[in-house]
Write a protein that binds this ligand. Structure first.
Ligand code: GRG
Length: 322
């Protein structure tokens, strides 16, 4: 899968040069800044409503400053396929972050992982109580779909762009729902304290975390009107990346620094969850992580330098410390 120095073509060398010169930190921070500003602008009128505490709970978790990996993947997916960072791309990027944040709020509840800290802040239910935290999650999930179907977004679009948007909404609801993240989370909870075989662990990993990550990059491709070949390549890239992301998360839960991660480590052990390191061992888990990241990057072979951010994101997933 990985080419040796000698087998590199001239084009490989040019791309390698671009890769080495690519400033991923600057790329990530500009895209992150755009997403943060877009998210912040959505909350301006909420204080006037009698239901304002639920908005505060939503804002508390949404604006707590996560890595914004999924929205950056939407943008990078679109850019790899020749798309621009426009209102449409940003609205999907933010909607996916809302869905991700809802999943974290609910995952932290006493009925699920029962965590006190998230993104370096008290979890939503610790700050606002369980009822408001449940509603904040529900509010973020539903608002995500309202946001991407707002007239302001849709009225600007051509018929072919509208067809792509509809397909993106179908994919997003499937990836977030019972055939994706919700199904994975259900299996994760059902198999706590139980012997979990490799197939079940793969099911949990592939659905709980991977589907939303893979959908993010594929949706970026769809919104940019990508060819079928490019969309499938990005879907495959996203699946390998998502699995790598979850394995790295399992590794960080054992080896990470809580001060850097903004949450305590060892929660998988506390909940007696089966993780990749538990089932395969730490060394094999790190080797699998490596393989998946190399595999993810190799799916990008059909792209030129426009996929440089996606290549850099794959390396970042392997080396991240939070
Ligand atoms: C409640 C339906 C439902 C699903 C919850 C996402 C999830 C499913 C559970 C979170 C449990 C967990 C720690 C999974 C590991 C991978 C993961 C999703 C980590 C959190 O995502 P990051 O690292 O978080 O992107 P930030 O805060 O940076 O956005």
């Amino acid at each position: 899968m990985k080419k040796t120095m000698d087998s590199r073509t001239f084009k490989d060398n040019v791309l390698m040069e671009l890769f080495l010169n690519f400033d991923f930190r600057a790329y990530r921070e500009t895209r992150r800044g755009l997403v943060e500003r877009h998210l912040a602008e959505m909350w301006l009128d909420s204080q006037r409503l009698p239901s304002s505490p639920v908005f505060c709970a939503m804002r508390h978790s949404l604006m707590a400053g996560g890595k914004r990996l999924r929205p950056i993947l939407v943008i990078a997916g679109a850019e790899a396929c020749g798309g621009n960072i426009n209102e449409l791309t940003l609205s999907f990027a933010c909607a996916i972050e809302m869905i991700h944040t809802y999943s974290l709020i609910h995952d932290d509840l006493p009925a699920m992982d029962n965590d006190d800290l998230r993104r370096g802040m008290p979890t939503c239910h610790k700050e606002f109580g369980e009822a408001m935290a449940i509603l904040a999650g529900d509010g973020l999930l539903t608002y995500a779909f309202e946001y991407v179907t707002s007239p302001a977004i849709l009225q600007e679009q051509s018929p072919s762009a509208l067809a792509n948007i509809l397909a993106a909404i179908c994919l997003l609801s499937n990836a977030a729902g019972v055939y994706g993240m919700v199904g994975g989370q259900a299996a994760d909870i059902l198999f706590e304290n139980k012997d979990t075989d490799k197939a079940t662990l793969d099911f949990i990993h592939l659905n709980k975390t991977t589907r939303l990550i893979s959908a993010s990059v594929e949706i970026g491709a769809m919104l940019a009107g990508a060819s079928e070949a490019k969309r499938i390549a990005l879907k495959n890239y996203g699946t390998a990346l998502g699995l790598a992301f979850q394995i790295k998360d399992d590794i960080l839960d054992e080896e990470g620094d809580p001060a850097v991660m903004g949450k305590p480590k060892g929660s998988d052990k506390r909940l007696e969850k089966t993780t990749y390191p538990k089932l395969y061992g730490m060394e094999a888990s790190k080797a699998r992580l490596n393989e998946l990241v190399e595999g993810a990057i190799s799916y990008l072979d059909i792209f030129d330098h426009t996929a440089e951010p996606l290549r850099a994101i794959a390396s970042y997933v392997m080396t991240r410390n939070k």
